[in-house]
Design a protein around this ligand. Structure first.
Ligand SMILES: [Cu+2]
Length: 155
């Protein structure tokens, strides 16, 4: 029993070395945003989040220099009417799993873009996680989802 406790402590120490958030490793892939005119007042970003860590992670919000706020939204069909609702509770990404933000589903809503989003432009969204960590995600402006293989970065 005592031996087991000691081993567990050693593992924690090793995992924690050089990494403030050893409990999670979230990866953003294929982040893209449709071209949008600033005067429309909103823009939308999609991406896939993959959790390579051993604990679930919840994305609770985000921010970007190019818009006033970033909200997590979900498109739903209600009485045959498509609409979207904010998800203040965020989105959980299970350990070893992934969550896809895509048209007609989960998306990041950029409120009040400060300038037009033009195809080919790249900007950064900083996602905020419930464990206090953040994840900087490079987002490409494109008319449709980029092909696989365009990986984001670890935090
Ligand atoms: Cu929305």
């Amino acid at each position: 029993m005592k031996r087991r406790v000691l081993l567990a402590t050693a593992a924690l120490t090793l995992a924690g070395r050089g990494n403030a958030q050893p409990s999670s490793m979230l990866v953003a892939e294929r982040a893209w945003s449709r071209p949008a005119l600033a005067r429309i007042g909103t823009a939308v970003t999609y991406l896939t989040l993959r959790n390579d860590g051993s604990a679930p992670v919840r994305v609770v919000g985000g921010s970007t220099d190019i818009a006033e706020t970033v909200e997590i939204h979900e498109s739903v069909v209600d009485n045959n009417v498509a609409r979207m609702r904010p998800r203040p509770e965020g989105v959980a990404v299970p350990s070893g799993g992934s969550v896809r933000f895509q048209p007609n589903g989960l998306h990041l809503m950029l409120m009040k873009p400060r300038a037009d989003l033009r195809a080919g432009q790249i900007f950064t969204i900083t996602l905020r996680l419930d464990n206090g960590a953040t994840l900087d995600v490079p987002v490409t402006v494109a008319a449709r989802e980029p092909a696989a293989g365009h990986d984001g970065m670890h935090h």
